[in-house]
Design a protein around this ligand. Sequence first.
Ligand SMILES: NC(=O)C1=CN([C@@H]2O[C@H](COP(=O)(O)OP(=O)(O)OC[C@H]3O[C@@H](n4cnc5c(N)ncnc54)[C@H](O)[C@@H]3O)[C@@H](O)[C@H]2O)C=CC1
Ligand SMILES: O=C(O)[C@@H]1CCC=N1
Length: 335
Amino acid sequence: MDNNAGSQDCLRTQDCTLSAPPHTHNLGLLRQGLMRTAQRRGTATAMATTVEDEVEAPEPGDGPRLGFVGAGMMATAMVNGIVASKVTEPDNVFVSAPHRSSLDRFAKLGVRTSDINLEVASGSDVVVVAVKPDVVPAVLREIAPHLRKDALVVSIAAGIPLAVLEQLAPGKRVVRVMPNTPCLVSEGATGFSMGSLATDEDRDTVHALMGAVGLAVEVKEALLDGLTGVSGSGPAYIYVLIEALADGGVRMGLPRAMAIRLAAQTVKGAAEMVLETGEHPAVLKDNVCSPGGLTIAAIESLEKNGFRSAAMQAVIAVASKSIEMRNAEEEKRTK
Ligand SMILES: NC(=O)C1=CN([C@@H]2O[C@H](COP(=O)(O)OP(=O)(O)OC[C@H]3O[C@@H](n4cnc5c(N)ncnc54)[C@H](O)[C@@H]3O)[C@@H](O)[C@H]2O)C=CC1
Ligand SMILES: O=C(O)[C@@H]1CCC=N1
């Protein structure tokens, strides 16, 4: 992968496509993709013809409808990000879950909610399956017969392969998406893989939808396990790092709240440096380490304590579990 990718608008390699950062052409793409969907359905009021075309944000009630089946952490992050990005009106978003209590936070955003999955299934152009992986089969069997003829099914479940999703939703266009919780603040990192019936238009729609809430990368399905290890689960490792850095600061006398803010801003700043300069992280690390200075002593300590290996093993642990889940699902499918 090109280390300079962050400074480019778009980079296509054999295995993946990197999109530009959010708030650039992705909004146009999302609108374009979603408006196309709406036009097919006969409800579009405006139509973008090129990615660069500026189109008015859809009026409430117009435009394609995004449904979420499942109202947990990841649905919350995606819906908040999508609503904040203003790519669609809140009342075009429809969320279902069995317990009303988990829907309250969605209702506060102005999105429509229901405790009946079939209402979301039959009323949405793009249906995001956002339940735990072990619930996916039951949910897809329940909703598949009630999906709109042209509906696109997007699964965000870890470890459930496209072949299984397609078997559970026969004849439907399916895309597998692996987002992460920073979608909530429009700084997500998402990978996605296209199902066998999914079209270029669906690619644009998903690319634009997830690009509106962060970075969106298309990968071959086999790479989704490793991608989950890096970015799907990655925020959790970074929170542990922030907490640990803050603990170190507190140990040295900094007030807790200040230490957390300093640690979080340091992570954010370092990440921005990687994305914006396109430099290899090793170069940026070297720039902090003055010869004979303080930081190189910290690097020595991190290496002695297996920091680098611990981070790699974390990614591999997630990927291995994801592969295990995928294999078990494949086995059930082919039995
Ligand atoms: N949490 C994360 O950081 C990420 C999660 N994912 C995937 O997202 C999916 C959801 O994960 P979370 O949001 O973390 O889980 P969660 O446990 O927070 O949410 C699951 C939601 O599904 C609902 N639910 C349970 N049974 C249902 C049914 N029969 N019909 C409709 N809704 C039902 C629950 O009420 C709950 O709202 C999982 O498949 C996970 O692999 C993917 C990437 C990141
Ligand atoms: O922990 C999990 O299973 C989900 C998938 C990736 C992040 N959270």
